[in-house]
Write a protein that binds this ligand. Structure first.
Ligand SMILES: [Zn+2]
Length: 82
């Protein structure tokens, strides 16, 4: 029994999603971190090396990392704590 056009479209969409072709919700968030001490803006990354180095070089003696970038974390921060 032939499928309707509507059913075929649904089926194709399902196949696309299964194949990873269709757009998904997987888009990475393009967030920015703003240094609360000097208002410098940085694009946050998974590792956040850049903001860590900014904090360390500019505010390391006067602020904690959390004070400069509340809510952010860095790969370096974890390494330093160990
Ligand atoms: Zn700063």
């Amino acid at each position: 029994m032939p499928q309707s056009k509507k059913d075929l479209r649904k089926l194709h969409q399902k196949q696309k999603v299964a194949a990873g072709v269709a757009p998904t919700e997987r888009k990475a968030p393009n967030t920015q971190a703003v240094c609360t001490a000097c208002r410098a803006q940085f694009r946050t990354t998974k590792r956040n090396i850049e903001i860590y180095e900014h904090w360390e070089q500019r505010h390391g003696t006067t602020h904690t990392f959390d004070q400069c970038f509340p809510g952010e974390t860095s790969e370096r921060l974890g390494a330093a704590a160990q």
